[in-house]
Write a protein that binds this ligand. Structure first.
Ligand code: ASP
Length: 408
């Protein structure tokens, strides 16, 4: 990539634009480039589990376990829950003001049986955290149980003595260094990967462009506006007044992961890039990066939470159901839980929407209505998810008196 001498995020942007044009105008050529996207995504998935495992274990051991970890854990959870609630309330406000579902025709034909089958419950979400078999969880790439195991393992490393503690600490630090180097190598191929992914998606979905017209457009605009308020106003205000750094300086550092999140619609696949940017560009220390980001990629999904709320109320509006205040509160709470439970993979939010619809007594078929326009919304909410995770890392680092590289 050196030959190009263009900054990576510009390369990605150019790749994104070219991919849209290529996918739209030369769809028959897309099959020759799809492999680039597939290899890129597979390589990211390849590094995720060892990267998370080694980074969390080395992060926890360098924090010394115990008290520090507890304090950091508490701060992280407070940040995650409060920003998710702020996001949901923004969505709730916008969907009540714009009322995109009022007057929408219900002539949809999508088959939702596949999605409805995956309906989970809040209990399932909690039960997924403790792995009965850690190797199975790692093999399946189930991040939440891997995080749980890594934290506990790291804490207990700090409780053994002498050479065992040293050996394990050094070992996981070394693995982490190597995984980070591998990640940086993969990142160089992001423009090619994104070209493959996006041109494939564009060629596959070009015919759906007509769906963007009419009342679905108002629904999409509602989601975009609410996501925009959260990403460009709420989170920057937190960075400005709580973390006391320049929000847009941090955003510039995050361009590569944000564009990757947008193109892949997966916060998990983007995680290696997010960790690299937050640590090496914004200058957050390794213990904080490795503790907050993997956790954030799985449980902190502001964009998804906001989207779930807008989508549920939109469906209610389409069905002519007028939600009372307490029903809206129910939607807020279930949207929060659903966003925590959603995996960081494409369309996970749509699947979790079934939980909210069943809790609110709405027909699952409502999902068929919004399925067709989910792709673009998924890409956008994933960028917001990743942006919020990175803001969490910075805010927590600043609260721990870290300097970071971001201008203040
Ligand atoms: N695709 C999102 C993510 O990976 C989850 C969702 O579908 O909302 O963050």
């Amino acid at each position: 990539m050196k030959i190009l001498k263009i900054k990576l995020h510009w390369q990605i942007l150019i790749a994104l634009v070219l991919a849209v044009l290529f996918g739209y105008f030369v769809p028959q050529g897309v099959k020759y480039v799809t492999w680039m996207g597939e290899i890129f995504l597979t390589s990211l998935k390849m590094v995720i589990v060892p990267l998370i495992l080694s980074s969390i274990i080395s992060g926890v051991t360098s924090m010394g376990g115990g008290n520090n970890l507890g304090r950091m854990g508490a701060k992280t959870m407070i940040y995650y829950i409060s920003t998710s609630i702020l996001a949901i309330l923004t969505g709730l406000l916008m969907v009540n003001i714009i009322k995109p579902g009022v007057g929408v025709e219900m002539g949809f034909t999508e088959n939702v049986a596949e999605i409805a089958k995956n309906t989970g419950s809040v209990n399932d979400i909690l039960m997924r955290i403790v792995p009965p078999n850690i190797f199975d969880a790692m093999a399946k790439g189930d991040i939440l149980p891997v995080i749980f195991f890594a934290i506990i393992f790291g804490v207990f490393i700090t409780q053994v003595k002498g050479k065992y503690k040293e050996t394990l600490t050094t070992f996981f630090e070394a693995v982490f260094e190597v995984m980070m180097k591998m990640t940086m190598f993969i990142i160089k191929f992001t423009p090619l990967g994104i070209f493959g992914i996006v041109s494939h998606e564009v060629s596959k979905n070009a015919h759906q462009l007509t769906n963007l017209a009419g009342s679905m457009a108002i629904y999409m605009i509602t989601v975009f506006l609410a996501l925009g308020i959260h990403a460009f106003i709420t989170l920057p205000l937190i960075l400005r007044f709580v973390a006391k750094v320049k929000p847009y300086a941090h955003m510039r550092n995050m361009v590569t992961p944000l564009l990757t999140a947008f193109s892949t619609a997966s916060s998990s696949a983007t995680l290696p890039l997010t960790m690299e940017a937050v640590e090496h560009k914004s200058g957050v220390s390794n213990p904080i990066t490795s503790f907050t980001l993997p956790l954030g990629a799985t449980i902190n999904m502001d964009g998804t939470a906001l989207y779930e709320c807008v989508a549920a109320i939109f469906i209610a509006q389409v069905y002519g159901v007028d939600f009372t205040f307490s029903q809206q509160i129910l939607v807020v709470v279930t949207a929060l839980l659903a966003s925590i439970g959603a995996a960081g993979i494409p369309m996970a939010g749509l699947v979790m929407l079934t939980i909210i619809l069943s809790a609110a007594g709405l027909p699952l078929e409502g999902i068929g209505l919004i399925l067709a326009v989910d792709l673009l919304l998924d890409m956008t909410r994933t960028s917001v998810n990743v942006w919020s995770d990175s803001c969490a890392a910075v805010t927590i680092a600043r609260s721990e008196k870290e300097k970071t590289n971001i201008a203040i």
